[in-house]
Design a protein around this ligand. Structure first.
Ligand code: HEC
Length: 285
């Protein structure tokens, strides 16, 4: 009995010391096991150091990121685990996570972390140890890089459902063009009532594939319904396009965003295949 208790002691001591570790006022023990409790909100692969990164969010942060938050509320916490990616010897082109490398945390608390725009940064090894470098230097480095994304409240990650397009693309820049200047295949799809259309200006027009056209539909639809105009996204080579226009101003769409306007969407790729679909459901994405 006594022998058993003694044997347990060393590992218990180790656990206790790891649990007591804190950095920047953030206690490792408060977050142990987050990966089993929180939602995985995104994953990233870093080409600079061949690391896979998995980003988890506590319920407050998960709700905010999925809604495309521009500012995170107090209590939001992100935790990221970074692993070196290593090939599976059984199938070398398939890379998977190797040993755990680091755990990084961002805790939103505007009162406590004024100096770093409301975020408390902390870095631990997976055993719950801190780096030997001065804490202040580490935290300043975290914050300096995260300062690159003020428009996302210093959070790089974007939720899976919003990932394929950067946020700014949803505020589509556009100009007005005459229908007559459009390529004939496209002009033929635009009802005569629209002598003028809004055309999207974006770096995305350079490289267009079906995914781009699909992803853009909700943004085009929003523009078409707010401006009550036909909206077109046209690739620089003028061979691919996505067109959305109000079809019948008297038809109701279920979705509020459509403001009672039914929209028609047409996309076309190189092969000239044309899909014409009722568009209301795309607005709810
Ligand atoms: C040189 C730039 C850079 C530095 C320095 C940096 N980060 Fe990040 N961080 C990123 C990028 C880029 C991401 C997006 C995911 C990825 O690529 O790992 C990220 C993601 C995160 C996330 C997930 C939430 C989000 O913003 O996407 C956390 C948490 C995080 N970093 C914490 C830290 C902490 C703590 C430090 C300092 C110890 C730190 N970061 C230092 C660039 C940086």
């Amino acid at each position: 009995m006594i022998k058993g208790a003694l044997l347990l002691l060393p590992s218990l001591a180790l656990t206790v010391s790891a649990m007591a570790v804190e950095m920047n006022g953030i206690k490792f023990k408060d977050y142990v096991g987050f990966e089993n409790k929180w939602k995985l909100v995104t994953a990233r692969y870093r080409t600079d150091n061949r690391e896979l990164r998995f980003v988890y969010a506590n319920p407050i942060a998960a709700k905010a990121i999925e809604a495309g938050a521009k500012v995170y509320p107090k209590g939001a916490v992100f935790a990221k685990i970074a692993y070196l990616a290593q090939p599976d010897p059984a199938f070398e082109s398939s890379l998977g996570p190797s040993q755990t490398r680091r755990i990084q945390l961002m805790v939103k608390d505007p009162q406590n972390y004024k100096e770093h725009r409301g975020w408390g940064y902390a870095l631990f090894t997976h055993e719950g140890k801190v780096n030997p470098e001065p804490e202040k230097d580490q935290v300043n480095a975290c914050s300096a890089c995260h300062d690159l994304v003020p428009e996302r409240d210093y959070v790089f990650s974007q939720a899976f459902n919003r990932h394929s397009l950067p946020a700014q693309l949803f505020q589509l820049e556009h100009t007005t063009v005459e229908r007559s200047v459009l390529p004939s295949e496209l002009a033929a799809q635009v009802p005569e009532t629209f002598a003028k259309l809004l055309i999207v200006k974006s770096y995305l027009t350079k490289n267009v594939f079906q995914g781009t056209l699909d992803e853009l539909k909700p943004a085009l639809a929003r523009l078409a319904s707010t401006e009550k105009k036909a909206v077109v996204f046209l690739s620089d080579d003028k061979k691919k396009f996505s067109l959305v226009y109000p079809e019948d101003l008297s038809t109701d769409c279920d979705d509020e965003g459509a403001k009672g306007i039914s929209l028609v969407s047409v996309t076309s790729l190189l092969d000239g295949r044309v899909n014409k679909t009722q568009f209301c459901q795309a607005l709810t994405r």
